[in-house]
Every structure is written in C-alpha cells, then in structure tokens.
Design a binder for this molecule. Sequence first.
Ligand SMILES: *Cc1c(COP(=O)(O)O)cnc(C)c1O
Length: 385
Amino acid sequence: MTSKPIPMLDLKTQYATIKAEIHSAIDRVLDSQQFILGTEVEEFEKVLAAYCHTKYAFGVSSGTDALLLSLMVAGIKAGDEVITTPYSFFSTAGSIVRLGAKPVFVDIEPTSFNIQADQIEHVITPCSKAIIPVHLAGQSADMNPILEIAKPYDICVIEDACQAIGADYNGLRAGSMGHLGCFSFFPSKNLGGYGDSGLVTTNDLDLANKISILRNHGQQPKYHNPLVGGNFRMDALQAAVLSAKFKHLENWTEARRKHAETYRSLFSSAGISISLSEFDFKPGIVLPIESGIGRHIYHLYMIRTKKRNALISYLKDNQIGCEVYYPIPLHLQECFQYLGYKEGDFPQSERAAKESLALPIYPELTYEMQSIIVETISEFCKSYF
Ligand SMILES: *Cc1c(COP(=O)(O)O)cnc(C)c1O
C-alpha cells in the first residue's frame, strides 16, 4: 500500500477547522483570569443540560470523577453493592471500589455490547444500592427494563453515558433517564476537551444540591463542611473550549452516523459482512448492530471478527489505525481478583474482548479513507479465512 496512513482518530485536522473559535474562547478565559467554575462553566452547564434534556448539569473534573461523585451523591458506602457491566472502561467499576462498595457484574448482550437488562434482577440482594448501565460505543443500554427493575427496590440508576453524548432511547436522551448521568470530555470522546473534564446530569433537585456541594469539598458555606466531598471542579478553560466545540457536535455526530452507513454499504458490496448468527460457521466481519430504538452516536465503530489479532497486525502493516475496547473484561482485572470472579463467568464479555475491534469513525474521515479501510479488510479476509 502506498496511500497515506489512516489514524484511529485525527484531532489535528479537526483543530484546523475550528482554530479561530478555540483561540477566542481561550482568550476570553485568559482575559477574565477566572480559571475554576465561574460564568464560563455555568454557561456551558446550561447548554449541556438543555442538550441532554435534564434540569441540571454540573461540570466536573473528569468522567471518572462524574461517576465517583454520582456514587457519593447516591450515598454509596462500604459494604454496598453496585450492579454493572464487566465490559466497560476501567473507571466504571473502579469508582465503585474506591468508595469501599462491591461491583456486582452482569454479562452483556452480544448484539449491543450493553448489559443484559433481564439478568439484573437475579443478582439483586438487600445490599444492592445502585445500577450503572453503560451506553457502550454510543448506543443506549435497554433502559426501560433497567428502570423498572430498580424502582421497587429503590435502587439508584446512574447512567455511564461517557461514550454516548446525544444518543437517545425511545426519544429520551442518554443521561436523562436514570437518577444521574455521567459524561466524559476526554479528548478522544465525541465532545472532547483539551484536557480532562466531565459532567453530571440529573432531574432531581435534591441530588443537584448535593452534587454542587460535594463537587467542592462538601463545603457550604465556605469553610463550613456539612459533608465530605472532593475537588471535582471543572476548569473554565475546558468549559470555554467545549462551548466552542459544542456548536459543531450535532454536525460531527451526523458525520459519524453517515460514516457508519458508508461502512455498511462498502462492507456489504465487498461481500464480507456477516450476521452475528453466522459468526461461528461463515468467514467475515460482523458490523455494529443498531437496536433500532434510538440514535446511535457512534463514539466507536465496533466490528467483530474471529481473526481479530491477525487483523490488527494486518491493519497496522497497512498503516490503518484501530483499537481494542477492551481487551480484558473488568472481572478478570488483577485488582478485582478478590471479588472471586473467574474466566467463564461472563462468556459474552470474554468473547467480545477477544473478537471486537474499533475502526476509525471520526467526523473528518473521508469516503476515500473508508474505501481503503474496507478494501484492506477485504484483502485480509481473502487470505486469512
Ligand atoms: C471515557 C470513559 C470513562 C472515563 O472518563 P474520563 O474522563 O477518562 O475519566 C468512564 N466510562 C466510560 C464508559 C468511558 O468511555
């Protein structure tokens, strides 16, 4: 191959299209010399609350801190159990453990990579205090059954929407369905800052009050601490950059969705896309499966293939970026061995960790690049299957 390398993500190209807006946003903060919370963050919170269809939104220091703060606000403490998926980024479970609580895992659906809602009830005990469904790759988990199960047990539902800003489910926005919603603005996310930051959303006034106090050490008023919180505050520079980038978010999301359609038609023209039910006996690639009950925002374009690791090397040799999200399911992480889970406990998550691969789907990707990616994967399929 002689074509230019295709990266997994290309933030430099995006920056070139918004450079002037970013610089004026940063200048505004520098002129104000107000660097933490303040009007810049408040304006951003208003815009994001409206976008997420929630009454309240609070800018915080990261997506991880959004999860930790949400669990604190929900009153999660040592000995409590929090039900979640083993197929997520580390901090979904890590934040549970940091409060002394115990993550209780439920396997994923092989179609969406999201938690099996109908299996949650089997693991509920008197210690169950929260459920964290993750909207993986940008597609909402099946929220209705989750909310229904949680209600009679008075269990708090915290949406990990870090990969799902602007996704919806039955017309409802990610982050607006549970008691609390958590978002990340890590630079590689669909709305990415220039550093770390995150957001917590809620429709509940009591929870909102608690978030705003706990985000700032649990103090109210200044130097009086009714609660023990932390420094989970958002920087004004991040809010300013994100406010500028937010104006493009819908266009970027639609570009990602268009790329997903383009992949679908290119893969099927190449004759290498197969359905999940054909996976075990037919060579090929399983494309992302949309649930059909809401907008998938394609934070990740997750394919599945039997020869995943060989495909990674092949793409690398052809200078095409790709990434595994995630190679080790959380129940098999070294630091969680004390929980007593073992290999075989969550077969769908373990399979996904071996078979899934994310391809480039950033908004600035071109049709030509997508054609090269699919051609290369097609060549791979011919020689490896
Ligand atoms: C990115 C991410 C997080 C953590 O966000 P940070 O801002 O990196 O702390 C948590 N959960 C999921 C599912 C994520 O994708």
